[in-house]
Ligand binder design. Structure first.
Ligand code: COA
Length: 259
């Protein structure tokens, strides 16, 4: 049981809800620890195919790090907390299964960074995105300066991080920050639909595709291409690949076993 998270499974899809609605789901030290514990649980769950992350309530996905905890944060603590959260978000980003952020309201600061660490983002029409840290005299510390420019481009990321201003859902869609904008009441179903599609694909191919695509974002793109080629070659040895190719050629639906 978690205090700051709600986690449930629907078939082979996990739905994680950040649950501190009275604080706009702000990320506290306690929440960080619980998230680490839940990721341990998720990493052990071989049935799971996709994870969806959302926020409790209608207002916020996550409105950032808990600002109350910033009061006493000194340089030493700042380094420790960001290192810890970077490592946590990196774990989420590179889980063996895809992670979809269903952004249901404000995604600010650490909340934006949490969404960026997810592999795909969709949002509700009332969502807003921002990196307001600069207004607090700090900068993003949970990966935002690295992941945001990769997703929306250097100039746009620079503007968001230097001004701290928010952008709305439509702007987020135009800039590629989110893949899709849907009415709030359709958000979870829309994320589930995407998750079910991905979950229906051969699991090993999904896992290696995610790893290869993630690798494209690292500086050394030659290594990324090499890895892509090796992982493609490895998948050529699987039963699921045999079945997938056969099913296509025989004009039938494939049945995949993750072998
Ligand atoms: N940390 C801690 N508490 C937070 C929080 C955060 N990041 N964001 C919101 N809250 C709390 C508010 O303090 C308030 O608590 P209270 O009712 O005990 O006073 C409650 O959540 C509701 O927020 P409120 O500001 O009253 O709602 P709003 O609708 O007027 O504004 C936001 C919503 C998200 C725009 C505003 O709360 C905000 O700017 N939050 C901070 C965002 C930020 O700077 N994040 C980066 C931190 S590094």
């Amino acid at each position: 049981m978690y205090e700051t998270l709600i986690y449930r499974k629907e078939d082979n899809i996990g739905l994680l809800t950040i649950n501190r609605p009275e604080k706009m789901n702000a990320i506290s030290a306690g929440l960080t620890a619980e998230l680490a514990q839940l990721l341990d649980e998720i990493e052990e769950d071989d049935e799971l195919r996709v994870l969806i992350v959302t926020g409790e309530g209608e207002k916020a996905f996550v409105a950032g790090a808990d600002i109350e905890e910033l009061v006493d944060r000194d340089a030493r603590m700042g380094r420790r907390v960001t290192q810890e959260r970077q490592a946590l978000f990196a774990r989420l980003e590179s889980l063996s299964i895809p992670v979809i952020a269903a952004v249901n309201g404000y995604a600010l600061g650490g909340g934006l960074e949490l969404a960026l660490a997810c592999n795909i983002r969709i949002c509700s029409e009332n969502a807003q995105f921002g990196a307001p840290e600069v207004k607090l005299g700090i900068i993003p510390g949970d990966g935002g300066t690295q992941r945001l420019p990769r997703l929306v481009g250097l100039g746009r990321a620079m503007e968001m991080i230097l001004t701290g201003d928010f952008i709305d859902a439509q702007e987020a869609h135009r800039t590629g920050l989110v893949n899709k904008v849907v009415p709030a009441e359709d958000l979870i179903e829309s994320a589930m639909e995407l998750a079910r599609t991905i979950a229906s694909r051969p699991p090993l191919a999904v896992m290696y595709a995610k790893e290869a695509v993630n690798r494209s974002q690292e500086g050394d793109s030659a290594a990324g291409f090499t890895l892509e080629s090796y992982l493609h070659a490895l998948l050529c040895t699987t039963e699921d690949k045999k079945e997938g190719v056969a099913a296509f050629l025989e004009k039938r639906k494939g049945t995949f076993k993750g072998e």
